[in-house]
Ligand binder design. Structure first.
Ligand SMILES: Cc1cc2nc3c(=O)[nH]c(=O)nc-3n(C[C@H](O)[C@H](O)[C@H](O)COP(=O)(O)OP(=O)(O)OC[C@H]3O[C@@H](n4cnc5c(N)ncnc54)[C@H](O)[C@@H]3O)c2cc1C
Length: 582
C-alpha cells in the first residue's frame, strides 16, 4: 500500500508533485503511473467524507477516460444506483404530485447500446468515485499518496513544494522537490496563489442549501416514477431531491434558500418540498450552504513557472453544478495534461508542448462555465405558479405552459454537444482544418482536427477507440485507398514518437468511412484528432502531410530528429506497430 500519513512520510523528491488528492489530482497520478511515471500526491484529508456528496454525474466521456485506466467497472460496481435504476430527470410539483416534464436519458444514462461513446454515464456520488481512485492509487507502485499534509507554497524556481502538516501540529515543514508541480488543490488553491494567478468571474445572486438525510418512510410515499433527480417546483420550497442509495439515504438541494440552522426546520423544509406529512421520518445528517460561482483563472500556470507548475480542476476554474460539468471538466483537464507530461518526460515531445495545455483547456472551461451559468438562470423556483398543482382545467393549462417553458433545461440534461463535442480546433498543436459545428446540446460527430474521434463499435462489438500510449493512425483499407505510411512511420521512429497503425478492413472500414468521412485519421493519445489525410498540412502527399502534423502535435520542428533534452529517459514504447481491427 502506498497511502501513508503525516509529514515524515513525504519523500524528498519525485517526478511530479501533486497538491490535492481530489478527483483531478488522483486521476492525474493514476494516468502518469500507467506510463511508469512517479508522483507524490499531497492530501490533507485522511478520510473521505460521504456526507458531502458534491458531484453525482460522471458523464460518458469521464467514464470512458476511467475505462482507459481500468476503473470503469469498479466505478459501476461501487455505485449504489445502477444505470438501470433510472435514466430520467423529472420535474414535478412534489414527490406525490404532478409530473411537469421528463428528460429521458439525461447525462448519457442509457440502459443499453450506446454508439456515441465506449461508456454511458453513471450517477455516483463523488466520495465513492474518490474511494475508487484512492484505492487504485494505493495499489500503484508509482504513486505515494500522503494524507494529513498540505502544500503551503510552491516555488517554481527551486522546483519544490513546501509541505506542512494539515492540522498545523508541527511548526516546521518539509520541501518536496519535483520536476513538475501540479496544483490540484481545489478552488482555494495555494499553488494558484503562490503563482500570483487571479480567479476572475462572478457569483450567483442567491445561495443554495444542501441536505443529506435518511428516511425509512419517504420512498414508499413517492408516486412519481424513479428519477436520478426529481426537480420540485413547489411554492413552499423548490429544489432537487434524489436517492443516494436504496437504503433510505437521500440528498436534496434547496434552491435559492438561505442557511437553516435548526435540524427540525430543515426536516420540515424537506417534507414541504417532497409533499409529505409529519409522519414521514427525516433525520438530517449534514447540511451545507453554497453559492454557485463562475470563476476562471487568468492562467493555468505554465508560463508563470517556466513550464514547471500547472493548475488543474477546480484550482483553475469553478463551475456552477447545473449540468454536472465541474468534476467532469477536471478529469478532462488531467487527461490533457497527463499525455503531454508523459510525452515530454519520455522524450518524444518538446517541453513547449506543455503550453498547449492552457491553450486547449482554458477555452473549454470558459465554455462549461458559460453554459452552467446559463442553466443556473432557470432554476426550479423560476417555474412556480400558484395553480401548478391544481386538479382542474386551469391547473392543467398551467402545467402545459410550464412543460413548454421547461424546454429551456434541455441543455442541462442533454449536453452531449459539450460532453463529447468540446474541441481544440484552431489551436497550435492540431492541423489546420474547417471550424467544427459547435452546440451545447447537439453533438455532431466530426472527424476534424481538434475534435474527439467520433466513436463507433467494430463488428466484433469492441470500441474503435484504441488502447494506446501514443498516437494512432487509422487507415481504412478499401479499393480506392492505397495510402502510403512510410513517411509517417519514419518520422515517428526518428523522433521516438510512439505510433500504432490500425488497419480497418471490411465492414469496419465501411463504418469508419461513413462515420468519419475520411480514409485516414491521426489521433493523439487523448483521442482528439491531430490531422486527417485531407486536412494535414505542410506536405505534398497525405503521408508527408500527416508526418508534418505528427511533428506539429508534439511541437517538434519539421526536419529535426534531435532528442528532447528535457529528459534523459527514452520512451519504452517508442516503436511503430501495426494492428488489424476487423
Ligand atoms: C454541491 C456541489 C455539487 C456538484 N455537483 C457536480 C456534478 O453533478 N457534476 C460535476 O461534474 N461536478 C459537480 N460539482 C463540482 C465538483 O465537486 C468539483 O468540480 C470537483 O470536486 C473538483 O475536483 P478537484 O479535484 O479539482 O478539486 P477538489 O475536489 O476540491 O479537490 C481538491 C483537493 O485538494 C485538497 N487540498 C486543499 N488544499 C490543499 C493544499 N493546500 N495542499 C494539498 N491539497 C489540498 C482537498 O482536500 C481536496 O481533496 C459539484 C460541486 C458542488 C459543491
Amino acid at each position: 500500500m502506498t497511502i501513508v500519513h503525516g509529514l515524515d512520510q513525504v519523500p524528498v523528491c519525485t517526478t511530479v508533485a501533486i497538491a490535492g488528492g481530489g478527483p483531478s489530482g488522483t486521476y492525474l497520478a493514476l494516468r502518469l503511473a500507467a506510463a511508469g511515471i512517479d508522483s507524490v500526491v499531497l492530501e490533507p484529508r485522511a478520510e473521505i467524507d460521504h456526507l458531502r456528496p458534491r458531484a453525482k454525474t460522471t458523464n460518458a466521456r469521464t467514464m470512458s477516460l476511467l475505462a482507459g485506466i481500468g476503473l470503469a467497472q469498479a466505478i459501476r460496481e461501487k455505485a449504489s444506483l445502477p444505470v438501470s435504476y433510472s435514466q430520467d430527470v423529472i420535474f414535478c410539483t412534489s414527490l406525490k404530485g404532478h409530473e411537469l416534464r421528463r428528460f429521458h436519458q439525461a447525462f448519457q444514462l442509457v440502459d443499453g447500446d450506446y454508439e456515441l461513446s465506449p461508456e454511458v454515464g453513471q450517477q455516483i456520488p463523488q466520495p465513492q468515485v474518490e474511494e475508487v481512485l484512492r484505492e487504485a492509487a494505493a495499489h500503484s507502485e508509482h504513486i505515494t499518496y500522503v494524507t494529513g499534509v498540505r502544500a503551503q507554497e510552491a516555488d517554481p524556481s527551486a522546483s519544490a513544494v513546501r509541505v506542512v502538516a494539515a492540522d498545523d501540529s508541527q511548526d516546521a515543514g518539509v520541501d518536496l522537490e519535483a520536476e513538475w508541480i501540479i496544483g490540484a488543490d481545489g478552488g482555494a488553491s495555494r499553488v494558484r496563489k503562490a503563482l500570483g494567478i487571479d480567479f476572475r468571474g462572478t457569483s450567483a445572486p442567491r445561495p443554495n442549501f444542501n441536505v443529506v438525510f435518511t428516511s425509512a418512510k419517504l420512498r414508499e410515499q413517492v408516486s412519481i416514477d424513479p428519477a436520478v433527480q426529481w426537480w420540485i417546483v413547489n411554492e413552499a420550497i423548490s429544489g432537487m431531491i434524489g436517492e443516494l442509495d436504496r437504503d433510505g439515504t437521500w440528498w436534496a438541494i434547496l434552491q435559492g434558500c438561505d442557511p437553516i440552522e435548526d435540524p427540525a426546520e430543515v426536516a420540515a423544509a424537506i417534507r414541504a418540498m417532497a409533499g409529505v406529512g409529519p409522519d414521514v421520518d427525516i433525520e438530517v445528517l449534514a447540511t451545507d450552504s453554497w453559492t454557485a460561482r463562475m470563476l476562471l483563472a487568468d492562467s493555468y500556470g505554465g508560463k508563470e513557472s517556466d513550464r514547471r507548475v500547472f493548475l488543474i480542476g477546480d484550482a483553475a476554474h469553478l463551475n456552477p453544478p447545473w449540468g454536472g460539468h465541474g468534476f467532469n471538466t477536471c478529469i478532462s483537464d488531467a487527461e490533457n495534461l497527463a499525455w503531454k507530461l508523459i510525452a515530454v518526460h519520455d522524450g518524444w515531445a518538446d517541453p513547449g508542448l506543455l503550453d498547449s495545455y492552457e491553450e486547449e483547456r482554458r477555452p473549454v472551461a470558459a465554455r462549461m462555465i458559460a453554459d452552467a451559468a446559463a442553466n443556473g438562470k432557470a432554476l426550479a423556483y423560476d417555474f412556480i405558479d400558484p395553480l401548478l398543482d391544481a386538479d382542474n382545467a386551469r391547473g392543467e393549462s398551467v402545467r402545459a405552459r410550464v412543460h413548454e417553458a421547461l424546454a429551456v433545461k434541455t441543455s442541462e440534461f442533454h449536453s452531449e454537444g459539450l460532453v463529447l463535442g468540446y474541441e481544440y480546433a484552431g489551436t497550435s498543436r492540431v492541423a489546420a482544418g474547417p471550424k467544427p459545428f459547435v452546440d451545447s446540446v447537439e453533438y455532431r460527430p466530426q472527424a476534424l482536427p481538434g475534435c474527439l474521434l467520433p466513436h463507433f463499435r467494430l463488428t466484433n462489438g469492441a470500441s474503435v477507440y484504441p488502447d494506446a500510449h501514443g498516437f494512432t493512425l487509422f487507415v481504412t483499407d478499401g479499393p480506392a485507398v492505397h495510402l502510403a505510411t512510410e513517411s509517417l512511420e519514419r518520422t515517428a521512429r526518428e523522433h521516438a514518437i510512439p505510433l500504432q497503425i490500425v488497419h480497418l478492413t471490411g465492414a469496419d472500414a465501411d463504418a469508419a468511412r461513413v462515420r468519419w468521412g475520411e480514409d485516414t485519421v491521426l489521433v493523439r493519445p487523448d483521442l482528439h484528432i491531430a490531422a486527417t489525410a485531407s486536412t494535414g498540412t505542410g506536405g505534398t502527399t497525405p503521408d508527408k502531410a500527416l508526418s508534418s502534423a505528427l511533428l506539429k502535435a508534439v511541437k517538434r520542428p519539421t526536419g529535426s530528429s534531435t532528442a528532447n533534452s528535457h529528459s534523459s529517459t527514452q520512451s519504452p514504447h517508442a516503436t511503430t506497430h501495426h494492428r488489424e481491427a476487423s
